[in-house]
Design a protein around this ligand. Structure first.
Ligand SMILES: Cc1cc2nc3c(=O)[nH]c(=O)nc-3n(C[C@H](O)[C@H](O)[C@H](O)COP(=O)(O)O)c2cc1C
Length: 175
């Protein structure tokens, strides 16, 4: 099976997860950023990663996701919010909607990724009644996100993608 790990990453969090997933992919797999625009037709399984930008996959990832047709796909993402939050679920759902009609979506992995300090500094300047103003809760969230993705996140991503690959080879053996 020919596998591709393709990712979009602005500040490096999603790239870290992509590198960890690539480590457990079979020999001969490829890793590329969406900017490199790898030809998806050359692969059977695509691990596609994005960072969450205003509640959905970032624009570069979105453009790439919408080009994928007829593949088995595993999605992965990093975001500032808690990965178990409704917000995280909505983000993955929006990404799923971009691929699931034309592909076989096998699974997904989400973890926190530290938020760009420049963005936090911008939020800090907003008036208190602004929807993005820093509150004690947001401050705590940013602090929690600041150490992610950590080694445990990377191991978790590897486990999830190993399981996806195992499932695919069982399916391949049966057919
Ligand atoms: C412009 C911008 C918008 C963001 N929007 C969200 C968001 O809607 N929800 C969220 O949980 N995190 C949001 N984040 C946080 C990023 O998704 C998170 O830090 C991610 O790990 C960045 O990944 P990267 O290092 O691969 O670029 C945003 C960050 C930026 C810079």
């Amino acid at each position: 099976m020919r596998t591709l790990v393709v990712y979009s990453s602005r500040t490096g969090n999603t790239k870290k997860v992509a590198d960890a997933i690539y480590e457990i992919m079979p020999d001969g797999s490829r890793i590329a950023s969406v900017e490199e625009d790898p030809n998806v037709e050359d692969y059977d399984f695509v691990a596609a990663g994005f960072w969450v930008d205003r509640g959905k996959p970032d624009r570069k990832a979105e453009d790439y996701l919408k080009k994928i047709k007829g593949k088995k796909i595993g999605l992965f993402a990093t975001l500032g919010a808690d990965p178990d939050s409704e917000h995280a679920k909505d983000c993955i759902e929006r990404a799923s909607e971009m691929v699931k009609a034309d592909n076989d979506l096998i699974g997904h992995f989400v973890c926190q990724g530290k938020v760009d300090p420049k963005l936090i500094a911008m939020f800090a300047k907003l008036p208190p009644d602004h929807p993005h103003a820093i509150t004690p809760e947001r401050d705590a969230l940013h602090r929690r996100a600041s150490t992610h993705p950590d080694q445990q996140d990377l191991r978790n991503a590897q486990v999830v993608f190993k399981e996806m690959l195992a499932g695919l080879s069982i399916m391949g053996a049966e057919s």
